[in-house]
Design a protein around this ligand. Structure first.
Ligand code: B12
Ligand code: SF4
Ligand code: SF4
Length: 380
């Protein structure tokens, strides 16, 4: 059989665009595989340690800056926008922890949700391109600077909060891509509409933006609650407010999100039924069941408890005291330390009594001393 002639690049683009739309991607944009304008800033960001303990970002920065150093065949990026539900479900179980969880994480893990459509798009591009075509899909975990790439592909612009903002739907969206060997005509890059606005920079409760367009992840609640293992700097804990997993503040204050689609989250029964009290006191296997298949699995059981303890200390809700005290028996010293910190923040007689009880069982010498000296200064 004679080989099919390869479609013209313009036809290829419209076929890929149509396929992406039929697979449910809200927007699709095209850009070349070459490095983005601000790519070299990644090196400085890493050198300053702004990535904290996310060591995986240090691996192969040259790929992140220019993917052609990894895949010599790469010619184009197909960039994809996946908006997520911006609203809490109307009816939430009493005390639901859902409002303490970033919007993108209030349901099934988005990596799982998008996987079939991304694979189908990759297959479609391979079929459209014909023999010798290469295509690889990625979401989030690949060595790419997804936001500036999406901006260059015309999906929006990178705001001062470092988010990709689509002028039509805002920034409550996730990104994904297919890298391909096909030479596709790039789309017109998005235009910056931040203007003189600085709302996001001012609203960040932990002052995580040293300047516009740059984030110090070490101060970001999203990093602290999801990525950071070990104790959280006590100076940053009050700023965490009521966030147990992720943070939406610099997106919520952005005027471009007033037009965000108003879809409701679909958390599933287990996640919707998760309360702060359960986060603090549930058995590990029960907690694991509740968060199974959701992005919360990335933080894991101990980190979630550590975060919930800090939130309890910030909220100082008496109803949470028994669960908080129960969390003080956790095997992980980081969790116990967060619980003691929270009890000290409560500063009530009930919290004091709980601390005194905890001190008797504490096996870590330095933690026990911390509690004893706190109790003594309280008495004085
Ligand atoms: C590491 C990471 C984080 C870290 C660091 C975030 C950061 N700002 O760098 C932490 C854990 C803090 C984080 C938090 C969040 N993340 Co995150 N994260 C990533 C990840 C895996 C890598 C980002 C990265 O390389 N950072 C390093 C810095 C140097 O890169 P950058 O911010 O992209 O910065 C470049 C541009 O800003 C560029 N630039 C562009 N324009 C301009 C203009 C000027 C003038 C200047 C100077 C620079 C500049 O310069 C930088 C260097 O090239 C990406 C996925 C990916 N592979 O890209 C998701 C990703 C960025 N995260 C995402 C999301 C949803 C979030 C959260 C909203 C989650 C939440 N609700 O808690 C928050 C938002 C916090 C924030 N304001 O950024 C989405 C963003 C989608 C969108 N619409 O923008 C992504 C793309 C994941 C995905 N596939 O959907 N994240
Ligand atoms: S996600 Fe929250 S903590 Fe992180 S930069 Fe935005 S407002 Fe600040
Ligand atoms: S809040 Fe203002 S400065 Fe920040 S990203 Fe939105 S428009 Fe830009």
């Amino acid at each position: 059989m004679p080989a099919q002639p390869m479609p013209e690049p313009a036809d290829l683009k419209s076929a890929i665009r149509a396929l992406a739309a039929s697979l449910g991607f809200a927007r699709v944009g095209f850009t070349g595989a070459e490095a983005v304008e601000h790519a070299p800033a990644l090196q400085g960001w890493l050198q300053q340690g702004r990535h904290g303990t996310m060591d995986w970002l240090e691996r192969t920065p040259e790929w992140r800056m220019d993917i052609r150093s990894r895949y010599g065949w790469a010619r184009s990026f197909v960039m994809l926008l996946v908006p997520y539900a911006a609203e809490l479900p109307e009816r939430l179980p009493k005390g639901s922890a859902l409002k303490h969880i970033a919007r993108y994480a209030r349901g099934e893990d988005y990596h799982e949700r998008s996987r079939p459509a991304l694979k189908a798009l990759e297959d479609g591009i391979l079929a459209l391109g014909g023999p010798g075509t290469r295509a690889l899909w990625y979401q989030d975990t690949g060595p790419f600077l997804e936001r500036p790439l999406a901006a260059r592909a015309g999906l929006g612009w990178v705001g001062k909060n470092t988010m990709l903002i689509d002028p039509a739907t805002g920034s409550f969206s996730l990104l994904a891509l297919v890298l391909t060997s096909l030479p596709l005509e790039p789309d017109t890059p998005g235009v910056d509409h931040c203007g003189t606005c600085t709302r996001c920079l001012e609203a960040c409760p932990t002052q995580a933006f040293p300047k516009a367009f740059e984030l110090d992840a070490r101060r970001c609640i999203s990093y602290l609650t999801i990525e950071h293992a070990g104790a959280i700097d006590p100076a940053l804990r009050p700023g965490m407010g009521s966030w147990v997993f992720g943070c939406d503040i610099c997106n919520e204050v952005c005027p471009w999100n007033s037009k965000a689609p108003r879809g409701q989250a679909e958390p599933g029964e287990e996640l919707a039924g998760l309360t702060l009290a359960r986060l603090l006191a549930a058995r590990p296997e029960h907690l694991a069941k509740r968060i199974a298949g959701t992005p919360l699995e990335r933080a894991g059981e101990a980190r979630l408890r550590r975060n919930a303890a800090i939130v309890a200390g910030n909220l100082r809700d008496d109803a949470l005291l028994p669960s908080l005290e129960q969390s003080g028996a956790h095997e992980d010293a980081t969790v116990r330390e967060a619980v003691y910190w929270a009890l000290l923040r409560y500063g009530t007689p009930g919290a004091k009594a709980a601390l005194a009880r905890a001190q008797r069982h504490e096996v870590d010498d330095s933690l026990r001393e911390m509690v004893i000296s706190a109790l003594q200064s309280w008495r004085a």
